[in-house]
Design a protein around this ligand. Sequence first.
Ligand SMILES: Cc1ncc(COP(=O)(O)O)c(C=O)c1O
Length: 383
Amino acid sequence: MARRVCNFGASIFSEMTALANQHQAVNLGQGFPDFPCPEFLKQAAMNAIRQDINQYAPANGRLNLRESLAKKLQEHYGYTVDPATEITVTHGATEAIFAAILGLVDPGDEVILFEPYYDSYVPSVEIAGGVPRYYTLRPPDWSIDPGELAPLFSERTKLLILNTPHNPTGKVFSKEELCLIADLCRKHDVIAMVDEVYEHIVFDGFRHQLLAALPGMAERTVTISSLGKTFSVTGWKVGWAVARPELTNAIFRGHQFIVFAGVAPLQEAAATALISTDEYYRELTMMYQSKRDFLLEALRAAGLKPIVPRGTYFMMVDISDLGFPDDVAFCRYLTTEIGVAAIPPSAFYHDPVDGSRLARFAFCKSQSTLEAAAERLQKLASR
Ligand SMILES: Cc1ncc(COP(=O)(O)O)c(C=O)c1O
């Protein structure tokens, strides 16, 4: 085994899913919907295959998907993108992240990351030879202290990775925070890569904001998103990176030799999905807000202390008062004794201690799954 991968252990998701299956626990661990995707998307994918859109897609993605994406960015965010030169369609957001990091980070370059983080960021940076520098978001509000963030920037900083709405905290970065990050990136000539896969799951009247749309940021921002969370098709792995031509060129060079091209018929179906009306996105948000509220109540009724998420389909719970040595011990107990699986977030920190007083629950589940979890969680209250 090569040195570059030998420290990448098995993911915590595989371990918790195996434990959940073994104990027939209700799985609120992994972040994928257990309900069907919209019927119109299934039809669009089947039609694409029947129409024989079954050969290689162009390496940067099918033109009609790039055009739908540009139209959506214009209509939703008033952000103008050239579909010919500023979009790379990728194999999910994960490949976009990898291609962008490979295309932009040289060995020795520093990369600023907010932790807890999505688990592919650090391995991608390390494979590129980059050096991660961490900003730790702290509960309960996960806010940014400018005095702590600014010193992370230096002349070696090449890239900052931001995820908003943020997995696993449910934080939606505020306009002020985005402006602060933008100011620092401009001042230090740093590129920002923003992972926005939960852009349409934002609650309580808040709205997702594009970092790229802030003054002076379009030319230094890579905006990454995908179809999976917004259309309940996490298995399709259709994603994209949007950036000005110079950055797109760098991302494309990595992408062409990672996968060359994405899955043609699913790209065709994605083009249909992205011309969805505002009504679709509103209903999605309302559905997830009601699931969030249901899980909040269930966790509180079980005597737990959930931290209210403003976006995504994840919820963190403060477990510091419960008397467990750490998050892994709590999640194992919850899975094996209570019958509900959650994820120990220490896996999302470079120092696991910072996540050891938390547990992450996913609420991208059908009402019956959430009700079954709520019923089992009652056992915790009487513990
Ligand atoms: C923050 C974040 N980024 C990226 C991804 C992966 O997206 P995709 O399935 O499109 O690769 C996930 C999935 O859990 C995520 O939570």
